[in-house]
Design a protein around this ligand. Structure first.
Ligand code: CAA
Length: 694
């Protein structure tokens, strides 16, 4: 007989209810029914003196089932109904926590009379990360238990607290070392006769001063710019401190529904699943063999190479870093050390940690020293001939089965692989700068890359804390290919009459921390110029001479030369520069362009939809497997706001029909896939599902 979703077992006078809903015991349909059935038994049977609720498998309840958020209310699992009953239950209830008690899961625990946990358990209310708020009493119970300040901190950050710290805060009554079930049963039996039963809902909130609430409201303007649910959370803590529990409970339900039904929450939930989905790659199964990566080689000790090396040192994997000249090697190693020392100065690492990591780094001038590496990542400058030479040498010296990766951001990985006798082991691993910080890793699958190489690379990404997204070979892969079109369109907008600061302001208002020209100034104007020169050469076109190319030629290359499109004062904020504006005006005059005024709405749509249009083309070509992958790339690599769900999800929210109509009204040509989906009234997420056959 199969195990029921909620298993009942009697341990003396204690009834233990164990939830079996793998993988994370989310509060899905079937869970409340099983728990109610358990409480029915406990209520009727006089021999049962207390109840323990716990999770089977790897965790306690990790939250409401996010997949059921869009179900009609009657079909959705009734978490609030169960929690109401639990709170009023006449016999002692104990939550026995291991793994993670998050969101609705922790709310179940908060509605129990007692909570016990194993030492490595974590508890928290992460709903803000999904654009919602704790909707089953969490906003009312947490401040009653830990005070307003700590509750705000936990609910606004969404970060979990480890059991020992949670015990200090009063969230956990006892830490159980050893067998959790036995410890929880013992605890429950010891409290079987405790009366009156402690109920969090009956406590008062401490510390909710007007100053605290005002400071929290100010602070979220910086930490959660433009987001709804943090505001609601603060409102609900205020209600918890000033009104009866029942009033707060009702207000919470109302605000939860408003947050849940907002595009922001849909966007954040979309990206939660898209991020996890990106690890599921066509041609790679659970059975695909992977190899162990125990030694890594990095070629190039510049900014990129150094940053890449740090990822591996951070997780205890030894790295040999190779350069051609002693000076460059010394400089690269010194930069890595300095980065670690700066982290130590900020108190986020000890001096001992710094030395431990540096001890794992072997500097070398000999490529031959990479002979025993399991993974070699080339991170030299973008020049095909140089890369081909390196890969030819690597083919001759790397051990059999080693993965040979290029960190190229634009070049053809097939061409690089072709110079080796083992193209199946060649892959692109495109890190984003700063490589030790940015979470995105574009994993470039070349035509002959083997499933094993791919599966191992995905595993490597996870190991070093990156979100790995598999993409196909084309110029710029996914992220940069889209950003090039976006940059082109931004330059066109300025040509047509917009000021660079208007373009950036419109994108800032959409939620991007940097607009296209702020980004250009940061990356360096010369980089984009060099790419345009290269592309023109490849296509047999004359040397590019747009307004931005003319700015580069004045010697202003962006922030690194003290200014580019903008000037930068002490505060490093971009300030428009009259001479640069003059270059733009002269350019327009020379080309006979009469400048017109462009609205923020037109700027935003033309830029965002240019990304979407190129994204649709990329999907059609199979360069990205799903639109969710593109969204993940844009959020983790390009600062697109997560609450918009990424460019493709944003477009779906606007309605693809509207996107097509807008593009056409601006004289832009919608990609065939975009037109098709718009005509069929579909979203990109629906297309993803169709492609996956689900
Ligand atoms: N609902 C539905 N599915 C969930 C889920 C949830 N709450 N949490 C995780 N999953 C799924 C994931 O999608 C993933 O599915 P696939 O294997 O099909 O990709 C699987 O469970 C395992 O998840 P992870 O890969 O993330 O596993 P992990 O071990 O790295 O992390 C975790 C586990 C810490 C629980 C992490 O999954 C997590 O943070 N989950 C979200 C927790 C959360 O936000 N809870 C609050 C929900 S909202 C809520 O509860 C509202 C309310 O107040 C009423």
């Amino acid at each position: 007989m199969s195990t029921p979703i909620v298993e009942q077992s009697r341990e003396g006078q204690v009834l233990v209810l164990t939830i079996h809903n793998p993988p994370v015991n989310a509060f899905s349909v079937g869970v409340p029914e099983g728990l109610h059935a358990g409480l029915d038994v406990a209520e009727k049977d006089d021999a049962v003196k207390a109840v323990v609720i716990m999770g089977g498998g790897r965790t306690f309840i990790a939250g409401a089932d996010i997949k059921t958020f869009d179900l009609p209310r009657a079909e959705a699992p009734d978490l609030r109904g169960f929690i109401s009953r639990l709170d009023a239950f006449p016999k002692p209830t104990v939550a026995a926590i291991h793994g993670t008690a998050l969101g609705g899961g922790f709310e179940v625990a908060l509605a129990c009379n007692y909570r016990v946990a194993v030492p490595d358990a974590k508890v928290g209310l992460p709903e803000v990360k999904l654009g919602v708020l704790p909707g089953a009493g969490g906003t009312q119970r947490l401040p009653r238990l830990v005070g307003a300040e700590k509750a705000l901190d936990m609910m606004l950050s969404g970060n979990p607290v480890k059991a020992p710290a949670a015990q200090k805060l009063g969230l956990i009554d006892e830490i159980v070392d050893g067998d959790l079930k036995a410890g929880a049963v013992k605890f429950a039996a010891a409290h079987a006769d405790a009366r009156p039963l402690p109920r969090v809902s009956e406590r008062k909130v401490e510390g909710a001063s007007p100053e605290l609430l005002m400071a929290a409201r100010q602070n979220i303007k910086k930490t959660h710019r433009g987001q709804l649910s943090p505001t609601y959370i603060i409102d609900l803590v205020e209600i918890a401190s000033s009104k009866a529990f029942a009033d707060g409970w009702a207000a919470e339900a109302r605000l939860f529904m408003m947050a849940k039904d907002s595009p922001q929450s849909r966007g954040l939930r979309h990206i939660f699943f898209a991020e996890r989905e990106s690890g599921k790659v066509r041609g790679v199964t659970k059975d695909t063999p992977t190899s162990n990566i125990e030694k890594v080689g990095v070629i190039g000790a510049g900014t990129m190479g150094g940053g890449i090396a740090m990822n591996f040192l951070n997780v205890g994997i030894p790295v040999t870093i190779v350069e051609t000249a002693q000076e460059a090697l010394d400089r690269g190693v010194a930069t890595i050390r300095k980065n670690y020392e700066n982290t130590a100065k900020k108190g986020r690492m000890t001096a001992e940690d710094v030395e431990k990591r540096m001890a794992l780094l072997t500097p070398s001038l000999e490529m031959q020293s990479l002979a025993d590496a399991d993974l070699i990542i080339e991170a030299v400058f973008e020049n095909m001939d140089v890369k081909k030479e390196i890969f030819t040498r690597l083919d001759g010296l790397a051990k059999a089965g080693a993965i040979l990766a290029s960190n190229t951001s634009t070049l053809d990985v097939n061409e690089i692989a072709a110079v080796t006798g083992r193209p199946e082991s060649v892959i692109g691993l495109h890190f984003f700068s700063p490589a030790n910080v940015m979470k995105l890793l574009e994993i470039v699958r070349a035509d002959k890359t083997s499933p094993e190489t791919l599966a191992t690379s995905l595993q490597v990404a996870k190991k070093i804390g990156k979100v790995g997204v598999v993409v196909g070979v084309c110029e710029g892969f996914v992220g940069n290919r889209m950003v090039h079109k976006y940059g082109e369109e931004a330059r066109q907008l300025v040509e047509a009459g917009a000021k660079p600061e208007d373009v950036d302001a419109a994108m800032n208002a959409l939620g991007l921390p940097m607009g296209p020209f702020q980004m250009t100034d940061m990356a360096g104007l010369d980089i984009g110029h060099a790419i345009r020169v290269h592309q023109a050469k490849v296509r047999g076109l004359p040397e590019p001479d747009g307004w931005l190319d003319r700015i580069v030629k004045t010697g202003r290359k962006g922030q690194k030369t003290g200014g580019g499109i903008y000037d930068y004062g002490e505060d490093r904020r971009p300030q428009p520069n009259a001479e640069m504006q003059k270059i733009i005006e002269d350019y327009r005059a020379e080309k006979g362009i009469t400048p017109r005024s462009l609205s923020a709405d037109e700027i935003t749509k033309r830029l965002a939809y240019t990304l979407v249009n190129e994204g649709a083309q990329i999907l059609d070509e199979g360069i990205a497997q799903r639109s969710g992958d593109i969204d993940t790339i844009y959020i983790y690599g390009y600062g697109f706001p997560a609450y918009l769900g990424g460019p493709m999800q944003y477009a779906s929210e606007q309605g693809l029909g509207n996107v097509v109509a807008d593009l056409e009204s601006y004289g832009l040509t919608p990609a065939p896939l975009l037109k098709r989906l718009a005509a069929e009234g579909k979203t990109f997420a629906q297309w993803d599902k169709e492609q996956a056959g689900t």
